[in-house]
Write a protein that binds this ligand. Structure first.
Ligand SMILES: *[C@@H]1O[C@H](CO)[C@@H](O)[C@H](O)[C@H]1NC(C)=O
Ligand SMILES: *[C@@H]1O[C@H](CO)[C@@H](O)[C@H](O)[C@H]1NC(C)=O
Ligand SMILES: *[C@@H]1O[C@H](CO)[C@@H](O)[C@H](O)[C@H]1NC(C)=O
Length: 485
């Protein structure tokens, strides 16, 4: 298994690896760069059987700052370099597969599962006669919109603020404000368009595409990709990790699990809003001010994962007295209304706590699945990539989300944010309906199973495992009709 160098991609790959490991049927080799593997080690239980295999990477070769090997440690515009660097792995990966086969006396791996940006691997897999699938950690709908937009750039052919996607009209209208900063200015010859088109056209060669999603809720996207690439597409989600953070992993959090839990324990059931924009994003300083004012004025308890605003080094120290309203930190500390966590929080542990009632999120797909798997409605504030269309799906189709703001440059007033928080958390009809859909109804639909054991709940999906077993027993004929379902 080989995910892209981004936390948001590594997380679902790891969750899938854990599920496959549990069957005791597979030897799993997880490939990534040195620093990412070091970090990963702390997420693995000590007795894990997953092998970690390093692939060489030197960030300086790709005009990246020294020792940067993960999208969450670079400014957003350098993601381009990281995408371009994707292709450089090819010869190393070939050697790695070749060595693996050699070590095992010619016995080849059963499957190679790589990131959506590593479609070039199909060629290597074919050379060795191994079944190769891409695993997309996101939603089908979100990525179908994303792909269609980058491929067609429909906003460049219209004066209107709203437009349909020429090869994906089922998605209904997209608004100009639902385009990321890069997409807004793309003209087809820019570096982003070029690399995305190149990387995604490689999907034509793969044996299958796996999405971390659920067909019952998200069928338009997978259908689009089947039509587009003529490849089998499987919705194997939700694949998510259990809510027990590994003790060793906690060194990466801006707060101890203990402190977080103690704070939540003092709050009433369903009274806390959790606010986090994921591992790569931050908001503008004016937006940060308004959000702070809104959280305070809402009267709700909150946990807020803060990072320096746009324009500041995301890894630098957080200056609360500059970026937050005067006296804010002091007040929420004394009143115990809010808890600020720097850079990273034990998110799944927080979302699984009974005091938490809603999630204000950028709607990266991992966060969405984690929220819904704990029955929590979502207040969406999409920032980048396919997040805008995740919100569209969640709000318009699934009915578990209300959009609070859009993008990193929109003007948002705290009164508007308060109104959305009250809509979701003050027991309005709409709020109750969202909660109902996010909890019982939705979970039944998803056939999510919880098995309680070892002090923590655990969410399993048998779909992923079932698929791999099916692949193993049937002839690996990707074009067989049975794959389509
Ligand atoms: C590791 O230990 C835990 C707890 O004893 C157990 O549930 C789990 O199955 C073990 N994992 C492996 C891969 O042996
Ligand atoms: C919503 O609930 C909060 C307390 O959680 C309260 O302070 C506020 O006045 C309520 N708003 C409305 C509109 O009822
Ligand atoms: C994990 O989630 C389950 C179910 O929501 C809960 O019962 C359990 O206490 C949680 N575990 C931790 C460590 O928070």
């Amino acid at each position: 298994m080989f995910p892209f160098l981004a936390q948001g991609h590594i997380i679902p790959f790891l969750a899938l690896a854990f599920q496959l490991e549990k069957t005791n049927k597979y030897t799993i080799t997880f490939v990534n760069t040195k620093k990412n593997l070091q970090k990963l080690t702390s997420s693995l239980p000590l007795n894990s059987s997953i092998n970690l295999l390093e692939i060489p990477f030197n960030s300086l070769d790709h005009n990246l700052p020294p020792d940067t090997e993960n999208s969450d440690s670079i400014p957003y515009n350098l993601i381009l370099n990281l995408l371009q660097a994707s292709l450089s792995f090819k010869p190393y990966f070939r050697k790695l597969v070749s060595d693996l086969v050699g070590e095992r006396n010619g016995q080849k791996p059963l499957y190679i599962i790589t990131d959506m940006f590593f479609g070039w691997c199909a060629e290597i897999a074919q050379e060795f006669g191994v079944f190769h699938a891409l695993f997309v950690g996101g939603a089908g709908f979100g990525f179908a919109c994303f792909y269609s937009l980058w491929l067609n750039l429909p906003h460049q052919n219209t004066d209107s603020d709203e437009f349909l996607l020429p090869d994906f009209p089922e998605a209904s209208k997209i608004h100009a404000t639902q385009l990321s900063e890069f997409l807004k200015v793309a003209d087809g010859t820019d570096s982003f368009s070029m690399i995305l088109k190149k990387l995604m056209s490689l999907w034509f060669n793969v044996d299958g595409i796996l999405f971390n999603t659920v067909e019952e809720l998200d069928h338009l996207g997978p259908t689009y990709f089947r039509r587009k690439f003529g490849r089998p597409v499987w919705a194997i989600g939700p694949v998510i990790s259990s809510n027990k953070s590994q003790a060793r992993e906690q060194t990466h959090f801006g707060i101890s699990l203990e402190m977080c839990k103690n704070w939540l324990d003092t709050k009433p059931c369903s009274s806390v809003v959790y606010v986090s924009f994921g591992s790569m994003n931050t908001i503008a300083s004016s937006q940060m001010m308004e959000l702070a004012l809104a959280l305070e004025a809402s009267g709700k308890y909150f946990i807020w994962v803060v990072r320096p605003p746009l324009g500041f080094d995301i890894n630098s120290e957080f200056k609360g007295n500059e970026w937050l309203p005067e006296g804010f930190e002091e007040r929420i500390k004394i009143s115990k209304q809010g808890l600020l966590v720097h850079s990273r929080a034990p998110q799944v542990d927080i979302l699984s706590h009974k005091s938490v009632s809603a999630f204000l999120s950028h709607c990266g797909w991992n966060s969405v699945l984690e929220s819904l798997s704990h029955g929590l409605p979502i207040m969406g504030w999409p920032m980048a990539a396919e997040q805008f269309y995740n919100v569209k799906l969640l709000e318009e189709e699934i009915g578990v989300c209300v959009e609070v703001a859009r993008g990193k440059s929109c003007v948002v007033k705290h009164q508007e944010i308060v109104a959305k928080i009250e809509l979701v958390m003050n027991g309005t009809e709409k709020g109750k309906e969202m909660k109902r859909k996010a909890s019982s109804g939705l979970q039944q639909k998803l056939r999510w199973r919880r098995t309680i054991g070892g002090g923590g709940g655990e969410i399993k999906s048998e779909k992923a495992v079932a698929l791999f077993e099916k692949l193993e027993h049937e002839e690996l004929k990707p074009d067989s009709a049975s794959w389509i379902s």
